[in-house]
Write a protein that binds this ligand. Sequence first.
Ligand SMILES: *Cc1c(COP(=O)(O)O)cnc(C)c1O
Length: 450
Amino acid sequence: MLYISTRGQTRPHTFTEAVEAGLAADGGLFLPEKLPCLQDRLPAWAALGYAELAAEFLSLFGPEISREEWGTLTAEAYRRFDSPDVAPLRKLDDRTYVLELWHGPTLAFKDFALQLLGLLYKRQVRLTGKRLAVLGATSGDTGSAAIHGCMGQEGIQIFILYPNGRVAPLQERQMACTGADNVFAMPVPGTFDDAQRVVKDCFGDAAFVQEVNLSAVNSINIARVLAQCVYYVWAWLRLPEQARATAEFVVPTGNFGNVLAGWLCQQMGMKCGGFRVATNQNDILHRFFTSGDYQQGEVKPSHAPSMDIQAASNFERYLYYMLKGDQGRVREVMQCMKRSERVTFPRTDSTFRSSRMGDDEIPGVIARVWNEHGYVIDPHTACAFTDMAADRVSVVLSTASPAKFPEVVQAATGSEPLHPTLEALKSKPLQTHPQEASDSAVKAFIRAKQ
Ligand SMILES: *Cc1c(COP(=O)(O)O)cnc(C)c1O
């Protein structure tokens, strides 16, 4: 199994190399050269526990790591989740299931990928003897999940940029109150996309990447997408058999990494009814899936900050498939997007639907789901609860615990959602390292810490 770049100007990489590099040297994103077929494997997988399923799945994609070692890695990665199912599938009514993806250490779905990625980094440092500088940009959840995957790991330092004042206070605490001396939480002025641009510029400096052994931890690492595939298969195997072929997965979406993982499972033979890309008021993807137009607008801060994105970084992977693997076309289209030009595509793929939720609707939706089902959801998950398919099962991916967003949730339901992990953070000192939004400032900081 080798990995190619969406832009086609990088030699094929092994899984380990692709994970280590993060972004391909030509600026593209890694994808498996060929997707394996899951169909014949699925029946046997139904009996497996979560970590075992993850080991089976991932060993198809990283064959240079033995099945036994994958078993050790996934057992360790999902050990700290506070539910025995790791990703419990809850039934709200006959047509509505919720896949709870927030039982990991930072209470959001990104722990699924980043607990594992931290262990893959650790393995790499052990094998190569080289220290690693991990760099990423976050609008909240990625950064804290990445930090919790890497903190305290020998030979690794982690640098996380985030838009100052635009992540939820508890999210900032999750990043800046770890007390770990290999963790650097770095607020920068502007939006998430500004922070992301600085990170991309750092990775654009090949000499710097070499010098500090830089690895990307934002949503573009292929290991993240693959780790996220596992819970789609897990949920699908837990649905009533007659519901599986038509079930629609509904995914609160920002960078398109989560829903892309589900779509890849479908391409590999997990027969389901498709996907709904649920956006908040930052609706570039909703506009794309309804009109074929992909044009960036201004980011508007919302109650669901991890979806406040206008440049969905994983979209390029989907683009590669949409353009039938024509890497020259991918390069052209990405150039247009970089100049913020409007790009139009013919609508070809009916497996995706989309929806949009205005920011003022979110509290009402949280209240409605609470009243109808006695079930509390967070503002990201709330964006999924609209435009439900009438004739088939919906599986809503619940991406964060309501306890991470106490103000909105309390206003909607009347009681404050509490979680012991978050309560413990409130009394710890905040340690941040503010930066200018420029790659030269960030590079200097990283050099100084190496
Ligand atoms: C990151 C995140 C999302 C968006 O996921 P993408 O993979 O970026 O589409 C949605 N909800 C929560 C809580 C998140 O942390």
